[in-house]
Design a protein around this ligand. Structure first.
Ligand SMILES: [Zn+2]
Length: 290
């Protein structure tokens, strides 16, 4: 009996750990109002690409619903022709978490403007994984699927596009950008990795900048430990087994040993969230060594 209770407690704690650091919304049903225009993002990305000989862009799939169509684009920055570390940054898998998208687009603009700063690495950037959700400020895709739980089942077109794009690729570092409507402060996930030095430095820097870091994301057993969630490998396998794998879980199991998810609290102004995300991405890019 005791072991049954223990197993149950373990399952619940795993679900709590990985369930959703970004809060819950009712599944999408009716016809929503347009909140943001994807064209604005497209224009900024195109401008960055046309300004830099080191940036290129490809369409990795076109999200298509009844009255909606938008490409999912991957930008690649390559200064040294494949000699550098390989880094992938994705954002906007949850449509109602816009700071990550802004951060990814701003990084693309920085790559165009200051290529020397980033010359040692090769970057792939997918700024908007869920363009429909982003346009309507909704967490899910048009079919009510949480794409960030779809990386074992691949029912959504969006998850399939990502799977195809990263197929056969290995990365030295992968970062997925999110936001959390319930958190008080910034936090990050690191997956199946013993070395927390860089993650700790990121948290220290965020604090130094005067921003709050999350101490208490509600979980039953495992919690944020001073802004860091240390997600163990067995938890990832559990999520795969129960068909709830997130994009970052998927990255960690298949494409990289070094995977982070960043979370900013949506209760703070956009400019502050953007600063937190940008500084954290910058530190992970610069401070972390394979
Ligand atoms: Zn999220």
């Amino acid at each position: 009996m005791k072991s049954v209770i223990e197993s149950l407690a373990l399952c619940i704690s795993v679900l709590a750990l990985f369930a959703c650091a970004s809060g819950h919304h009712a599944l999408f049903t009716g016809e929503p109002a347009l909140v943001r225009k994807i064209n604005a993002i497209e224009k900024r990305l195109e401008k960055a690409v046309s300004a830099s000989p080191f940036l290129s862009m490809e369409v990795i799939g076109t999200v298509t619903y009844d009255n909606f169509q938008a490409p999912v684009r991957a930008l690649t920055f390559n200064f040294h022709r494949d000699n550098g570390r390989k880094v992938l940054i994705s954002a906007g898998v949850h449509g109602n978490e816009p700071a990550g998208v802004n951060c990814a687009v701003r990084l693309a603009e920085s790559l165009a403007k200051y290529p020397e700063k980033y010359k040692n690495d090769v970057y792939d950037i997918i700024a908007v994984v869920n363009p429909w959700g982003w346009s309507y400020d909704i967490r899910y895709n048009r079919h009510g699927i949480d794409i960030n739980r779809d990386f074992a089942s691949f029912k959504s077109q969006e998850a399939k596009f990502i799977r195809e794009f990263v197929k056969g690729k290995k990365y030295d570092l992968m970062i997925d950008l999110h936001e959390d409507p319930t958190a008080e402060g910034f936090y990050l996930y690191q997956y199946g990795h013993p070395d927390k030095a860089t993650a700790k430095q990121v948290i220290a820097k965020i604090k130094m900048m005067g921003y709050p870091t999350e101490q208490n994301v509600s979980m039953i057993i495992l919690k944020t430990k001073d802004g860091i969630i240390d997600a163990p490998m067995w938890g990832l396998w559990y999520m795969k087994l129960t068909r709830q794998l997130s994009i970052a879980n998927f990255y960690r199991l298949n494409h990289s040993k070094n995977v982070f998810t960043l979370e900013t609290p949506t209760r703070l102004p956009m400019e502050d969230r953007l600063k937190m995300q940008t500084i954290a991405v910058d530190m992970l890019l610069n401070g972390w060594l394979p």
